[in-house]
Structure formats: structure tokens, C-alpha cells
Ligand binder design. Structure first.
Ligand code: URP
Ligand code: ZN
Ligand code: ZN
Ligand code: ZN
Length: 467
């Protein structure tokens, strides 16, 4: 039995077009689009009609960087796959790509299986996995080939966190050489963690223990240096490179230079770097702990370079790096020693709205909003055109967005399982009204109508963004 839905009268926005069109959905996929109030659109018949007059009709967001239940610093990120994907849906995101973790001494397979077990049957929206590679050895390199074949086509390495996730330059080069052969995409956490650990030790010895020192020791220059090194290692290996959570002006400059040389080098930034700053890290008492993440928040001056990078396409993607830890009991682990504050910020629910506010603030166009939040992450990570657009054949992951609704972001009203909001009290214009995931209403007129287990694992092809 086929089920049909039609969305009438909205402004359909994709990365390439804005058209007043009706969207016909059949059996979970977009079946057709036709200009509204034309005979072709009027001929659409359906069991259910959604009136989107005065609203935007946009592809569901693709958040290519989340960490549900991530073990970090002796605790776990506070959103489970169930709570985190539900919150994502509330915020207009219909696909997340989370990071499975290989622990040192374990196989990639074991890590991936463990993450499948956490997510299976619990997610409100569709999900895929990247693989964090913490232990590059002959076996790991062989396993990378198998993972690419089964749809885990991207691998995160860390130039930071010695003793935990850290890879040295030789391990990085080997993984990049392998990905040059098997089509995988290396995602880099680019900070010089060896140098940072020296600065951490020296700061703590001077009694500099407050959260704001987290931002001071993790220097922009050490992000830029690592970004440069990662780019050149990738160039030597002949592999593409995607740098995650770019925050520093100097790192954007490295990416821009490499791209001007014609290299397949890509950069992601996150809302926290676009909207927050070291002013937040310096909030009185221990409040700054709420804003501890790595790369760290930067002085406000860096934001202009990030916005410019998003406009010039030297940065291509905005993901959240959603990695929530409650203030009470988790961030508090670092009272008296900033290096013990678990790293990460909540935000999976806030990304689409913050970027819509960026449209209103004149930083980016509406189509660029959809490009950096939906279409490009889908192409970068092999999900396009199933995800990231509204076109015949695409999954009917569709958001009805009210561009005029006002909201105040707050822990009191958000759906993430975390006891604070990084954007507490922030007023933004624009709000998600209804969300379809493969045609199924997950949010209906601002009520949750989804269910745990609707979301399915989504294998990915290799990167579709190479030039
Ligand atoms: O502080 C952060 N970003 N926590 C999550 C882990 C990572 O490095 O992405
Ligand atoms: Zn990272
Ligand atoms: Zn350029
Ligand atoms: Zn991350």
C-alpha cells in the first residue's frame, strides 16, 4: 500500500534553487515537485496535505559531526543516541554521522560493532558512522579497506590528546596513503597536542587552573601549525583531507592557501566558533567550563575569518561537534584543573536555527545556509542525493521551517539531555515546525510524533565532493 503526502505552497530552498513549489512524497521519497498553483501541482493527490504557505520547505539537516555517548575524560557524553537524535529532529536535522571509536589495542571492527550496538533500534532519525582511528597498525590499515566497502568511508585522526586518540605523523601518513588507495576521507583534529600538553603543565604549575586557561594554552598558532602539517602530509600521500572544527583565522588561511593550490582540502567549522568566544570561557565562577571544547573558542576577532571562509568556500561545512556534558557532575570534574574538564559542547538541536539567524544577520544567503548544513555534508560524506536535497528520488527528509517565528534558546525548553544551553537566552528568528524523516512525521506542528528506532543505519559511498 502506498502512502502519499503533499506539501503545498511553501518556498522550497535547496543549495541551488528557491522556488514556490508543491512537493509530492510517495513511499518515503520525494516523487515530484511542481510550481505551486499550476495544473501540474494541482494534479498531485495525496492521503495527507501539509500547508506550508508562508513557510520554507528545506531538506532535513545533515550533521556530519556528533558524539552521542562518547567516553571522554572518565565520563560519557550525556546524550544517548535516543535522546540526541530526538533533539536533532527538534532542531530540523534528519541525519547525523557519529564517530565510532577504536580504542588503542582494539580492532576497528570491535569499535564499530560497539557503536552499532549503542545506536541500533534507538534513533529517531537516520544515522551513519565515521571511524575514529586511534591505533594505526598493519591490521588497522587492512580493516580500513573493509570499512570503506561497507559504508564507513571516513576516518578521524587526532594530532591532539597524546595517550588517548593521538596519532603521530608517521601513523597519519600511513592512514592517508591507505585512504588515497581505498577512497576513504581522513578527517583531522588539527592541534599540536604534544606542544599543548607542555603548555598545560606549565599553566597548571603557575596556578592557572580556571577554564579560561584552556583557551590560552590551546593556541591558534598550534591549530594552524597542525592544519598546515596535515595538509602537507595529505599532499604527500595524494589523499584528500577534511579538517574538523576549524576555529582559528590562521587555520582558515592554511586551508585557503592549500585550496588555491588546487588541493582537495576541506574545512568544517561549528556554530560555537561562529557565535561564542573566549568571553564565554572567561565567565565568572566556574561558568566558563560550559564552553570548554577543542579546538577551543577563540577571541571574537576570529569569527570574521570563519564567516568569510564560509562565503568563499574555503570552509564548506558547518557541523555541531555535539558532545554534551552536564555542568553538574561532569564539567565540574575540572574544578581546580581546567585540563580535567570534559571537552565538548551541546548543539545538535541549535545548528539549523543559528545558521538561519546568520542568514538574517547577512553573513550567508538562504541557499548557502542549505548548502553548508545539508547538501555539502551529504556530498562530502557520500549521502547525496539520498540526503541533503529535495529532488525526485531523494529520501523525503523534509523540514517545514517558519522563518518568522521568534524563539529564545534555553536549557529550560531544549530537548538535548544536558543541563545547560551554550546559547542560554539567545533570541533567534526562525523555528522548525514540522519534520519528516523518509516521509514519516517526526515533529508535527511542534510536537514530537517520532519514535526510537525509526532511524536506520545508513551506509555511505565515498566522498562526492572531490575536484
Ligand atoms: O571538544 C570536543 N570537540 N570534543 C569532542 C571530541 C572532538 O575532538 O571532536
Ligand atoms: Zn576533534
Ligand atoms: Zn581561496
Ligand atoms: Zn568531535
Amino acid at each position: 500500500m502506498s502512502s502519499r503526502t503533499v506539501i503545498r505552497g511553501g518556498l522550497v530552498i535547496t543549495a541551488s534553487d528557491e522556488i514556490h513549489a508543491d512537493v509530492l512524497i510517495e513511499d518515503g521519497r520525494v516523487a515530484a515537485l511542481a510550481a505551486s498553483a499550476t495544473p501540474a501541482a494541482d494534479a498531485f493527490t495525496a492521503d495527507r496535505t501539509i500547508d506550508a504557505t508562508g513557510k520554507y520547505v528545506i531538506p532535513g539537516g545533515v550533521d556530519a559531526h556528533t558524539h552521542m555517548e562518547l567516553p571522554f575524560g572518565g565520563t560519557f557524553a550525556s546524550d544517548t543516541f535516543e535522546t540526541g537524535t530526538r533533539a536533532a529532529a527538534w532542531g530540523g536535522t534528519t541525519t547525523v554521522v557519529d564517530f565510532a571509536v577504536q580504542s588503542v589495542g582494539q580492532s576497528l571492527r570491535r569499535g564499530l560493532d560497539a557503536w552499532h550496538a549503542k545506536a541500533e533500534g534507538t534513533c529517531a532519525i537516520d544515522y551513519g558512522f565515521h571511524m575514529i582511528v586511534s591505533d594505526v597498525n598493519a591490521e588497522t590499515l587492512k580493516e580500513m579497506d573493509l570499512l570503506v566497502e561497507e559504508g564507513v568511508t571516513s576516518f578521524k585522526q587526532f594530532m591532539a590528546y597524546p595517550g588517548v586518540f593521538y596519532s603521530d605523523d608517521g601513523q597519519i601518513l600511513r592512514a592517508m596513503q591507505r585512504s588515497a588507495e581505498n577512497g576513504g576521507l581522513i578527517m583531522m583534529h588539527a592541534e599540536n597536542g604534544i606542544a599543548i600538553d607542555v603548555l598545560v603543565e606549565q599553566a597548571l604549575a603557575r596556578g592557572e587552573t580556571d577554564p579560561r586557561f584552556h583557551g590560552e594554552v590551546r593556541k591558534a598558532l598550534l591549530e594552524a601549525e597542525a592544519t598546515h602539517r596535515a595538509i602537507r602530509l595529505a599532499q604527500v600521500a595524494g589523499a584528500p583531507l577534511y579538517v574538523v572544527h576549524v576555529s582559528a583565522t590562521e587555520a582558515v588561511a592554511e586551508l585557503a592557501r592549500a585550496r588555491d593550490e588546487g588541493l582537495n582540502v576541506f574545512g568544517e567549522t561549528c556554530p560555537q566558533y561562529l557565535f561564542l568566544s573566549t568571553d564565554n570561557l572567561a565567565e565568572p565562577g566556574f561558568e566558563g567550563a560550559k564552553y570548554v571544547c577543542s579546538t577551543p573558542l577563540r577571541p571574537r576577532e576570529h569569527q570574521a575569518a570563519l564567516w568569510r571562509g564560509l562565503r568563499t568556500n574555503d570552509l564548506q561545512v558547518v557541523s555541531t561537534d555535539h558532545c554534551p556534558f552536564c555542568f553538574t557532575g561532569q564539567k565540574e570534574l575540572g574544578r581546580g584543573d581546567f585540563s580535567k574538564i570534559p571537552n565538548g559542547l551541546p548543539g545538535v538541536e541549535n545548528r539549523m536555527d543559528l545558521l538561519h539567524q546568520a542568514v538574517l544577520d547577512g553573513h550567508i544567503s538562504r541557499r548557502r545556509w542549505i548548502e553548508i548544513a545539508c547538501a555539502t555534508p551529504a556530498r562530502m560524506f557520500g549521502l547525496y542525493p539520498k540526503k541533503g536535497t529535495i529532488a525526485p528520488g531523494a529520501d523525503a527528509d523534509v523540514v517545514i521551517y517558519d522563518p518568522g517565528a521568534e524563539q529564545v534558546m534555553s536549557a529550560g525548553t531544549h530537548h538535548m539531555n544536558v543541563d545547560y544551553s551554550a546559547y542560554e537566552g539567545k533570541r533567534v528568528t526562525g523555528r522548525v515546525e514540522t519534520v519528516l524523516s523518509r516521509g514519516v512525521p517526526v515533529i508535527t506542528d511542534r510536537e514530537y510524533t517520532g519514535r526510537a528506532g525509526h532511524g536506520v543505519y545508513t551506509p555511505r559511498s565515498t566522498c562526492q565532493y572531490l575536484t
